[in-house]
Design a protein around this ligand. Structure first.
Ligand code: G4P
Length: 525
């Protein structure tokens, strides 16, 4: 297969949904189609007691939320799919945000009984920043759901995107009969209790086929009448509008019953964009370029307790990774040799021989890689648009056992490299201040410090209410500011100068007093 064919067959996407809509279940079924799992039921398996390969953290299991981002690669028909998992809890939106910079399309899963929910609205806002194409799956049709037309109206009104139904549901709940495929003019009949397998689904060709009346009785005529209405009231699928993020193809089904998931995957296969280029500080880089480039959107420490390491997740933007190749790391302007990148086949890590634009590779990080880092084949540019957000909540962290100061600092710096929390070390004292965007992150930090670094820590109140990264082009003025404002200055985990303000008023005054200094709320890596 040629280089271009390898790139063109890749589809890199993430699922966006509200908690409980069925993201985990659909992931499990999608993997079943990819033959990546022999038998679905191992991704979460709350009941069976088996745990997902991506659910590696105890906290995650206890709380039933997915904190980490993992990557799964599997083949589906002609394409090779990379599915990036996004954390489900809203406290981790920063992480999710960065993950969404690494995909080319998204699958939006909606609980058809509930309709559009809060977290979906937020995530759609994020996808809008890059006009990411969206495929929609209306899930849980085996339950009593809302009316299908209402659901489409709601998506159009609230999420401001046109809906093009590709399949249409017949009945719902106990009376769910299946779906009619508008483009294929075929009805697929649903049988319950088949969720753990890839079903032999019975299909009836042609809407006027008398077989249909035999199979589903009065529902057949109802469907015919309904379709006239649907065709009149909804949008036809248009590929350009889909690629522009203006229209979403909509599929109906049940993830639990593994019904309709393959229709959605066929849509992804046929319509979702191949790996897209990305903008850099210098120029647009296209996926068709044969020279390697990529950016790090996520770092995770201790992914696998057995390995005790830190992995940097790198999205390849152009070219090809080959084992042992040299890469140029732009931020430190150094050439590095990468001999042991990882791939993520259904959550298992495997040593990688080669990977192409669109793929995610895991790089071992011994402290020299940061989120947002760009790797190239020698050209000096940086990928744009991978931000850190200033935290809004702060606590001082203190040890129960004072002898472990070194481990504490090491743990905090490693966790801050992941980008989930930030650590600040004031210039004038030995405090360690943890900053987070959401409350839950504080608990995660303490649990992980204990589990992974054997450090017992607790929090205390600290008089900090906001932080800003500080920059100034004029070295002399920066030095002057550093001297005068030292009480409010700290270094973050990456040694960047930060202004930590006890109040917003204090921050405003500082901004007025030092007009030459930039106080930044986000920092592009
Ligand atoms: P999430 O990752 O988006 O949070 O959702 P998840 O897949 O965990 O699904 C949330 C709940 O909804 C689960 O039930 C799951 O079994 C159920 N579910 C998912 N898809 C369907 C569907 O198509 N039909 C029906 N009826 N239910 C569905 P749970 O009771 O919380 O967990 P479990 O005990 O079943 O594992």
């Amino acid at each position: 297969m040629s280089f271009q064919q390898e790139v063109n067959k890749r589809r890199t996407f993430a699922i966006i949904s509200h908690p409980d809509a069925g993201k985990t279940t659909i992931t499990e079924k999608v993997l079943l189609y990819g033959n990546a799992l022999q038998k679905a039921g191992t991704v979460k398996g709350k009941k069976s007691g088996q745990h997902a390969k991506s659910d590696w953290m105890d906290m995650e299991k206890e709380r039933g939320i997915s904190i980490t981002t993992s990557v799964m690669q599997f083949p589906y028909k002609e394409c090779l799919v990379n599915l990036l998992d996004t954390p489900g809890h809203e406290d981790f939106s920063e992480d999710t945000y960065r993950t969404l910079t690494a995909v080319d399309s998204c699958l939006m899963v909606i609980d058809a009984a509930k309709g559009v929910e809060a977290r979906t609205i937020k995530l759609m806002e994020v996808t809008r920043l890059r006009d990411t194409p969206i495929i929609t799956f209306m899930n849980k049709m085996d339950r009593d759901t809302r009316d299908a037309i209402d659901l489409l109206d709601e998506v159009e009104d609230i999420l401001n995107i046109k809906c093009a139904p590709i399949t249409w549901p017949i009945g719902m709940g106990k009376e769910f009969k299946g779906v009619y495929h508008l483009l294929r003019d075929e009805t697929f009949l649903y049988k319950s209790g088949q969720g753990h397998t890839i079903q032999e689904v019975r299909a009836i060709k042609g809407i006027d086929n008398p077989e249909l009346d035999k199979a589903i009785g009065i529902y057949a005529q109802e469907l015919r009448d309904m379709l006239e209405l649907v065709r009149g009231a909804s949008h036809e699928f248009n590929h350009d509008e889909f690629i522009a993020g203006e229209l979403t193809p909509v599929f109906f089904g049940t993830a639990m019953g593994n019904f309709g998931v393959d229709h959605m995957l066929d849509g992804l296969n046929a319509w979702a964009p191949k790996p897209q280029g990305r903008n850099t500080s210098e120029r647009q880089v296209e996926s068709s370029e044969e020279k390697f480039s990529g950016f790090v959107f996520k770092i995770q420490a201790n992914m696998d307790p057995k390995h005790r390491d830190r992995i940097a997740f790198c999205r390849i933007v152009s070219g090809k990774y080959e084992k042992g190749m040299k890469m140029f790391q732009s931020r430190i302007a150094k050439e590095v040799r990468i001999s042991d990148a990882l791939t993520f086949l259904a959550g298992d890590r495997e040593l990688l021989e080669e990977a192409y634009a669109g793929d995610i590779i895991g790089l071992h990080n011994h402290g020299s890689i940061q989120i947002g880092d760009t790797f190239t084949s020698g050209e000096n540019y940086r990928f744009a648009g991978i931000p850190n957000f200033a935290p809004e909540l702060f606590k001082r962290i203190r040890l129960r056992d004072p002898l472990k100061q070194k481990q504490l600092l090491k743990g905090l710096i490693q966790l801050s490299e992941e980008g989930a929390v930030q650590v600040f070390r004031p210039l004038q004292n030995n405090d360690l201040i943890v900053g987070a965007v959401g409350v839950l992150q504080f608990d995660v930090v303490v649990a992980r410090l204990k589990g992974e670094y054997n450090v017992d820590a607790l929090y205390e109140h600290v008089n900090v209410s906001t932080a800003r990264w500080v920059e100034c082009k004029d070295e002399r003025k920066l030095e002057e500011f550093r001297n005068k404002a030292e009480v409010n200055l700290a270094l973050d985990g990456g040694d960047n100068l930060t202004y930590i303000a006890p109040t917003m008023v204090n921050l405003n005054l500082a901004q007025e007093r030092y007009p030459d200094i930039q106080f930044l709320k986000t920092r592009e890596h």
